[in-house]
Design a protein around this ligand. Structure first.
Ligand code: GLU
Length: 350
């Protein structure tokens, strides 16, 4: 009996020491983008996104193996201009399984930078875990001189293994910086230093393989989000209409004719419509197509009941969300309700 107890204690001690020494288990989900892109000449900006697979990306940064027990899977291999609702649903469901059923400690997603902010925000609202989920991409293709992909991937894994990033929701990791899914925006078409966190700035940074956090997100996300895609195989259809001087009402009318579920206005200034577009928007809202007012201005909120009387028309103001993220939230909101006041409340909380 005494020997048996000793044996149990030794086994328990062995298990504890093994688990203390074990590296965090990180899954890399590859979706394509410039980080997996190949240029015909290494000095050229002409290249094709989504060419090399996950193993080639990992082979370029063997140092990652010092940080984590890393494995990878290729979900799709596309330029992120081709990202769509179907891939988003697949991605969110897969991440939930990996984190909640398969024991992974964190997820890194390689992704094109064009729509990275939208994917990040969609996942921020649909991942059901407080474990780190980090998106990384690059602005230069994998075989370019001074390719930025390897460092971004290494930093993203460093962020995903860090206890400091737990509970922060979904992050983007580019150019040594960590950006919050709600505020991150791509600001430059070609520079490596393209991502910014809006007026609140970056949420953290990576230095020497360590994540340092500067502030916490103040919106609901991940485990506190009501949005659940487990049983969804499609999302409501929501389009974006761009505002400009002398704007044509045709794009708005086309979405109405196609029976879209919602339309986001990338309005001028504080989410204002050109008068012809406004008339179609009022009719659309009366037909049950939810209108959300956002702005083409890169900074500043679209305020409720400012120049447009939202309460009168039952429009929703996007507040801090840019048009492309307002579209993401409206799609998810419409899976829950068609009440404009409840949808406005989601825009206040998320
Ligand atoms: N269009 C590409 C994409 O988003 C290029 C942008 C990038 O990855 O940097 O996948």
């Amino acid at each position: 009996m005494k020997n048996f107890k000793t044996l149990l204690l030794v086994a328990a001690a062995l298990l504890v020491s093994l688990s203390l020494g074990a590296k965090p288990k990180i899954r890399i989900i590859a979706t394509g983008g410039t980080i997996a892109g190949v240029s015909s000449t290494s000095a050229s900006s002409a290249y094709t996104a989504g060419q090399v697979g996950i193993q080639t990306l990992l082979d370029a940064v063997p140092q990652i193996l010092n940080l984590a027990d890393v494995s990878g899977e290729q979900l799709v291999n596309i330029g992120s201009q081709d990202m769509n609702d179907e891939v988003w649903l697949k991605l969110a469901k897969r991440i939930n399984v990996l984190l909640n059923e398969e024991g992974y400690d964190g997820i890194v997603i390689t992704h094109g930078t064009d729509t990275m902010e939208e994917t990040a925000y969609f996942l921020n609202l649909t991942v059901k875990s407080d474990k780190p989920v980090v998106l990384a991409g690059s602005m230069r293709p994998s075989n370019a001189i001074s390719a930025d992909g390897p460092a971004n991937l290494y930093n993203a894994v460093a962020a995903a293994v860090s206890p400091n990033t737990r509970g922060y929701g979904v992050l983007c990791c580019m150019n040594n910086q960590l950006l919050d899914a709600k505020t991150v925006i791509k600001t430059h078409t070609i520079d490596c230093d393209t991502f910014e966190g809006g007026p609140s700035g970056i949420i953290g940074y990576i230095y020497n393989g360590e994540a340092h956090m500067l502030q916490t997100p103040n919106n609901k996300h991940t485990i506190n989000s009501v949005f659940d895609v487990t049983k969804l195989d499609r999302l409501p259809q929501v389009g974006i209409v761009y505002g400009y001087a002398n704007a044509s009402a045709l794009p708005m009318q086309a979405f109405v004719d196609a029976k879209f579920d919602g339309i986001v206005l990338a309005g001028v200034g504080d989410g204002n419509f050109y008068k012809d577009v406004f008339d179609v928007a009022v009719k659309a809202q009366n037909q049950g197509i939810q209108i959300v007012r956002s702005s083409r201005c890169p900074t500043g909120p679209t305020c409720l009941n400012s120049e447009v009387d939202d309460e009168k028309y039952h429009f929703v103001a996007a507040l801090d969300l840019n048009p492309q993220k307002a579209r993401v939230l409206l799609m998810l909101a419409l899976t829950k309700t068609h009440d404009w006041q409840e949808i406005q409340q989601f825009f206040k909380e998320y």
